[in-house]
Every structure is written in C-alpha cells, then in structure tokens.
Design a protein around this ligand. Sequence first.
Ligand code: NI
Length: 224
Amino acid sequence: MVDFSVRIGKVPTMTLRQRLSRILFLGTCGLLLGIAVAGMSIVIEKAYQSPAGRIAASNIGGPYLLTDQDGKPRTEKDFSRSYKLIYFGFTYCPVICPTELQKMTTALRTLPTETQQKIQPLFISVDPERDTPALLKSYVALFDPRLIGLTGTEEQIDSIKKTYKVYATKAAAESGGPDDYSVDHSSFIYLMSPDDRLLALFKTADTADVIAASINEVIRESRP
Ligand code: NI
C-alpha cells in the first residue's frame, strides 16, 4: 500500500510527454501479454481436445539402449518404422503385469491385420536384477510371438524409466532372501508413434476392446 501511494504521488511530477510514453509502454505490454495468453490458450486447448486416453502433447519417449530376449542390443531406432505398444513391468509380477500384457496383446490381435503389422509390442523390465534375457524369452512367448522383451543394466533401466516417466521401486517381501522381493510400479500401456511421440496412454481400467478401438482411431488419424 505504501509503495502504491508513493508511485501515485510521483505521477503529477511527470511531463505530459513522459506520461504519454508511459501509457503507450503499458498499453504495448498489455497487448503483448494479451497475445501471449491467447496463444497459450490455443495450444493448451489443442492439447486437451482429444478424447479420453489420448494425449496430443507430452515429453514422454526418447533414446535408449537395452537388450532383447535373445541378448541382442536394441535401441529406439530398431523400431522407428513401427508404432509401439509398450508395457513396463517385471516377470515375477503375480497379477498386474500378466493381466495387462494379456490385455495389450489381445487388443493387438483384435485390430485389422494391416494395422497389426504396423505395431511392435514391447515389454520393458523394471526388474533388471532378476529379468535376464533368457527369463524374458520364455515369458514374452506366453503372450504373443511378436512381443519383444527388453531388459538392461540398472543404469539403462533407470534411464528409460525417466524417459517414460515410469514409477517402479523395490518392495521388500515379508520373508525370504535378497532375491525375494516385489516391485511396486506404475501400470500404463503406451501407444507411441514411429518417431516416438506419445499418442495414447491406457490405464488398467481400459478393456482390450476400448484399447483396440482407440488404437485404430489414433493410427488412422496420425501422420507419422
Ligand atoms: Ni506388475
């Protein structure tokens, strides 16, 4: 309040020219601010216009180096010609991971053949300590022959978890040795474009049918 009255008090001492230029300056600032706000509103509105499960703007996805179920090094460039369906989990997961992978591969098989051919399903381990390539190999085969399993060093997995905003942390088991633990983790199915933009994010509540319908729609509209 004090500062405000002081500033008001100063105004009459300004010349007409100073006052005019001040008004002009404030007016210009106001106009620029207005344009900036309007521009931002358009961007935000566009980002949230899409239907449920769909995301038009995000900073998810990026480069990685991992190892597949055959022990072969893999990077994001190996899948740059395909859309990707990605699930992060661990093979020891008793319920959630098998359920979600079943759902993801069922959704994939529900799609028209030509759409299926454009999609690479990936399972990425958040438990690199136990999920060896050999273990992944027998695990992914349970769901779909096209499903590729990826694991890596702890650092490589930490890096991709950051890139995909995945939460996963070791939870101690009630009994047993150091290998007897669970992993608490976030559970989303990511639909990525060939150039690694996030196109959709599916929750555990989304059914295979809902996911398939959404994938169909997103891929039809998306221009890679
Ligand atoms: Ni799980």
